[in-house]
Design a binder for this molecule. Sequence first.
Ligand code: AMP
Length: 305
Amino acid sequence: MSFIPDITAVGSMALDTVTTRFGTHKDCLGGSAVYFSMSASFQAKVGLIGVVGDDFPKEHTELLKAHGIDLEGLEVVPGAKTFRWSGSYLNDVNAADTHCTMLNVFATFEPKIPENYRKAKTLFLANILPSLQMKVMEEMGSSCYKVCDTMNFYINSARDELEKVFEKADVIFMNDGEARMFTDCPNLITAGKKIMERFSPEYLLLKKGEHGALVFGRNGFIKAVPAFPTEKVVDPTGAGDSFAGGVLGFIARNGRLNNDNVTEAVRYGTAMGSFLVTAFSIDAFRDLTLAKIEERVEALRFLSK
Ligand code: AMP
């Protein structure tokens, strides 16, 4: 029987060079789709759509497979180079300074959706060119639950296309800096309300790094969820995508978000982000188990009792 994912995800697959106060890691496994899929894999079956060059180490694809992530949607372009990103967090652990973005295989990528991925109940559009997010969203059809993320790079370079994605999304993820930049509004509550008014998604999840997350729903619904107190933040790269992986993993097990379950869903996202940042790349996910995740979610429940 063919594999039918709970979540079809499209996004970047990358080789990242990251500098933090804990050192520099060169060409390590990264990319929005990688962080998202690894994080979601603890709770859900993920089908990944992405592209790499033939320089992408086999051990990385093996690791993804070992986590049950389906790679039928992964294209390997012979003779081409994988997307590369480099950045540092020396001044502010919550915001990356991008040094270099090399699109490489991304520049000409035409995502192809395997037939069985179209049956997934949830679609996650991780960071990738908004035109590609749109293409995948249109091809998946209207019945799936459409969730998207974005970043400053696309707010600056592809705003019109990004707005079209937001118009069709059921749930939008953004971080605080991006929401302020997108709305040109310094107050985060006002920024969140503006995004809700303009695009009317079911939920807007605003991530605030070490300060937790804000949930905006329709009819003025707002909730705040604290972050897990984490002292040793080694590498925050991918925390946003890992947060999304936790939330969508929860959705795969419990159904779509509503005002009663959204706080719990955000706790799963928060737990995944809090594990991820304790090591470089996806290393903190290597030995993680669902039992340890549940334990952290319980600690988060206790924290806001
Ligand atoms: P996050 O820290 O959650 O925003 O995600 C970090 C990941 O995003 C890194 O692994 C990068 O490879 C990836 N990334 C950086 N810039 C881009 C971009 N322009 N498009 C897609 N992914 C990117």
